[in-house]
Design a protein around this ligand. Structure first.
Ligand code: SF4
Ligand code: SF4
Length: 108
């Protein structure tokens, strides 16, 4: 479930708002997405995958984290490189290279 939007990292591109299939986000008055309908989150990770600046964290569970969970702390996530980690694992945005590149011919 989506848990964290980093206001510090967010560049207000609205990508997460556009790709979310269940319309979890609204654009806040300051441009930073707000988790207006967090309970509608399907834990699909699309928002995290599309965020170009690794500003989102989706926890790999289908219910909200307890209020005392350290993963709600942005500093904790940054220290462990968890913000945007799904995107990097996919190989998007200069992260690890995907299988297509690993086994295929050199790309132009
Ligand atoms: S994980 Fe999927 S359903 Fe949940 S907020 Fe992100 S895009 Fe929406
Ligand atoms: S995709 Fe990332 S940078 Fe763009 S609005 Fe959402 S959180 Fe901000």
């Amino acid at each position: 479930m989506i848990e964290v939007v980093s206001a510090e990292r967010c560049i207000e591109c609205d990508k997460c708002i556009e790709v979310c299939p269940t319309h979890v986000f609204d654009r806040g008055a300051d441009g930073i997405p707000v988790l207006t309908r967090q309970s509608d989150c399907q834990t699909c990770f699309m928002c995290e995958a599309y965020c170009p600046v690794d500003a989102l964290f989706v926890a790999p569970r289908t219910e909200p984290l307890p209020a005392d969970d350290p993963q709600l702390d942005e500093a904790y996530l940054i220290e462990r490189e968890l913000l945007g980690s799904y995107r990097r694992k996919l190989g998007w945005g200069g992260g690890q290279l995907g299988a297509r590149v690993a086994i295929g011919p050199e790309l132009p």
